[in-house]
Design a protein around this ligand. Structure first.
Ligand code: 3PG
Length: 207
């Protein structure tokens, strides 16, 4: 679907998914929607990730479809061609930022320092991924980064779990959290879609 709002306003939790087999993509997306999570970020970390994106775009139009691990301008082009509704990067080079701001969809470039936040603000971007959230310093560090830039909305990912998501959501400026805990590889490979629906519902309830 085309997003009428920010991806940070769709759900308080954003599943970051690694899909090896595109045949799993549609059932996985539907399982998340059934659990109340109408958003997904498919990472470009597997060879057939874009096939998974195209399948979800075709068959699950009710989900907000993000493409993550976007590292280059070429990735932006391929993600958009596959049907991405929004784009996520773990960090941002100057060239990638230029391409992201020109994209016709919302973008969440990754930052981990105040200087990186300021660079994103220079490009007019006020919605950012905070990555890698846990190793970078967790909720306390993010609260410190966000202090001087109250106009920024963050989505922390990297080490977020069901056990700590509320600590992140309590940080001013945090609009949503993301992570892979919602879609474990073991459940995907077992095609345990009910299990993923349960994890999604539990995450929304905990948020
Ligand atoms: C991301 O790309 O957002 C992170 O790698 C997700 O990290 P996690 O596996 O710790 O949730």
């Amino acid at each position: 679907m085309s997003l009428s709002a920010s991806p940070l306003d769709v759900s308080p939790v954003i599943p970051v998914v690694v899909i090896d087999d595109p045949a799993h993509a549609v059932a996985l997306a539907r399982a998340l929607v059934a659990g109340g999570v109408a958003i997904i970020e498919v990472t470009l970390r597997t060879p057939r990730a874009l096939d998974a994106v195209a399948a979800i775009a075709a068959d699950v139009p009710e989900i907000a479809l993000g493409v993550g691990s976007v590292l280059t301008a070429a990735h932006v082009d391929r993600a958009l061609a596959a049907g991405a509704d929004f784009l996520v990067s773990p960090g941002a080079s100057p060239a990638l930022l230029e391409r992201l701001v020109a994209a016709p969809v919302p973008v969440l470039p990754g930052v981990a320092t105040v200087s990186e936040v300021l660079t994103a603000l220079d490009h007019g971007l006020t919605e950012l991924k905070f990555f890698p959230a846990g190793p970078a310093g967790g909720p306390a560090y993010l609260a410190a980064i966000g202090g001087p830039v109250p106009q920024v909305r963050f989505c922390p990912t990297g080490g977020v779990t069901a056990g700590n998501l509320r600590d992140y959501l309590a940080v001013p400026g945090v609009a949503a959290v993301g992570g892979t805990w919602l879609t474990p590889k073991s459940l995907i490979e077992a095609e345990d879609w009910a299990g993923i629906t349960a994890l999604a519902a539990a995450a929304v309830a905990a948020a």
